[in-house]
Design a protein around this ligand. Structure first.
Ligand code: YNC
Ligand code: MG
Length: 397
């Protein structure tokens, strides 16, 4: 099995999981990378570079993903990436048009894969890398070994820029995850989640009881909590940089990337994607922040509901992590206060569910904030980089 992945510079399952020196698996030179696309050998298909600054081409990508991107195992829900979230995800600082790769047949876009540049820190080493996402093949073209061709082509285009590593995630098991997380879900609109078949009613409960269980206060409780503004970015950048050092596998954001990933810009997006909040203390210091983003899922074939509005926990940080000596109780308390407010704000913005992964310090608040484990796992992969297994941040410190 893994006919394709066995040929790639990734750790294989039969390799001994001993502690090893971390680093690249394969060293190459830009001049040895072909400057022509990988042969497609599949008429009538041809490679295209998608220009996402062109509204029409952006909508073509949206449409392909709308019909053919990731579904749950029972095919009840499918991720629905709006043009706003695609712009946010695929046009981050340093983005390159050449990394938005499509396959067309005639005028029709039938497959896509994309990447953006990113610095990745694995423990104490920082890698100039890329993040690959949105691998999608039209349902009628599945099982034809097109995915390996897309992956080889984006690898070639990334390598041509002198970048040799990538990070990517997926619900399926491939050689070989560096880390694995579980999805957790917190109902905000339990009744709707029940109606669409996302949240079952436990046999010892009743719908009315479940609705009450997930009810939230109208008002947030953290003093000094407000929306993130441009003037906060230096403080948030520094706080996030210090907070991420607590974990073994993180991006390294510069100031421009911090702005891109955290600050909502009204004039740039048709629809708000990123929701970020800071806490400013009485002296004007930013002591905490949290963020979540909007990603809808289509409810496939449902008479009443078309989609679920899901909030995904994004980055957060708090000065409480840096008290000397480290006070886990204080950190737990602070994170619970912040996340309780995040839930209230997401509810206010009409989200139906709040999703989070078992990473960073999330284990300190998931249960208390009434998140429940989902069926889904998310595996993290590094391309051309050998790393020892990485566990959730909370277990180790
Ligand atoms: C997957 N998700 O194992 P073997 S996540 C990677 N990621 O190869 P075919 C995948 N590989 O086992 P189909 C994969 N899914 O023989 C399948 N594969 O070694 C491997 N779904 O190819 C698979 N999007 O074309 C097998 O399969 C080979 O027609 C089979 O197409 C697969 O975006 C797919 O879930 C996923 O659109 C495109 O099912 C299709 O089934 C589909 O016969 C719905 O392919 C949408 C979906 C995946 C979301 C994502 C991350 C992608 C990462 C790709 C790897 C990047 C590596 C780094 C490159 C840059 C390097 C630098 C520097
Ligand atoms: Mg295929």
């Amino acid at each position: 099995s893994y006919k394709f992945w066995a040929t790639q510079p990734v750790p294989q399952f039969d390799e001994k999981p001993a502690i090893f020196e971390e680093g690249p698996l394969k060293i190459q030179k830009v001049e040895d990378i072909p400057d022509e696309p990988i042969p497609l050998n599949l008429a009538p298909f041809r490679w295209v570079t998608m220009d996402l600054t062109d509204e029409k081409q952006m909508q073509e990508v949206e449409k392909l993903l709308y019909g053919h991107f990731v579904e749950d195992d029972e095919a009840m829900f499918r991720f629905k990436y709006s043009t706003s979230i695609l712009k946010w995800s695929l046009m981050s600082p340093g983005w390159r048009k050449e990394w938005h790769v499509g396959i067309r047949s005639g005028d029709t876009l039938c497959a896509f894969i994309a990447a953006v540049p990113t610095e990745i820190r694995v423990r104490d080493k920082v890698i100039q890398g890329s993040e690959v996402n949105f691998l999608c093949i039209h349902k009628k073209l599945r099982g034809k070994r097109l995915a390996p061709v897309l992956i080889k082509e984006i690898t070639r285009r990334i390598n041509r820029e002198g970048i040799w590593q990538a990070i990517y995630t997926g619900g399926i098991v491939l050689p070989r995850p560096v880390s694995t997380c579980r999805y957790y879900h917190r109902a905000l609109n339990w009744q709707k989640l029940y109606e669409v078949g996302f949240s079952p009613c436990p046999s010892n409960s009743k719908p009315a009881f479940q609705v009450r269980k997930y009810a939230l206060p109208e008002q947030t409780s953290t003093k000094g909590l407000r929306e993130l503004q441009v003037k906060d970015l230096d403080a948030v950048h520094s706080l996030l940089e210090r907070y991420l050092k607590r974990f073994d596998l993180t991006p390294v954001f510069n100031r421009e990337e911090t702005e891109h990933w955290l600050l909502h810009k009204k004039d740039s997006y048709a629809e708000q994607v990123i929701y970020s909040y800071v806490v400013e203390d009485a002296s004007g210091k930013i002591t905490d922040f949290f963020s979540f983003y909007l990603l809808e899922s289509t409810v496939i074939r449902h008479p009443k509901h078309n989609s679920i509005r899901a909030a995904y926990m994004f980055y957060y940080a708090t000065e409480t992590a840096f008290t000397e000596p480290f006070d886990k109780g204080a950190l737990t308390k602070r994170l619970n206060d912040l996340m309780a407010d995040a839930l209230i704000l997401a509810k206010r913005h009409n989200f139906d569910v709040f999703n989070a992964l078992s990473l960073m310090d999330n284990a300190l608040f998931l249960e208390k904030q009434k998140f429940g484990p989902g069926d889904g796992q998310l595996h993290y992969y590094l391309f051309n980089y050998k790393a020892n297994p990485i566990h959730g941040g909370v277990d180790k410190k």
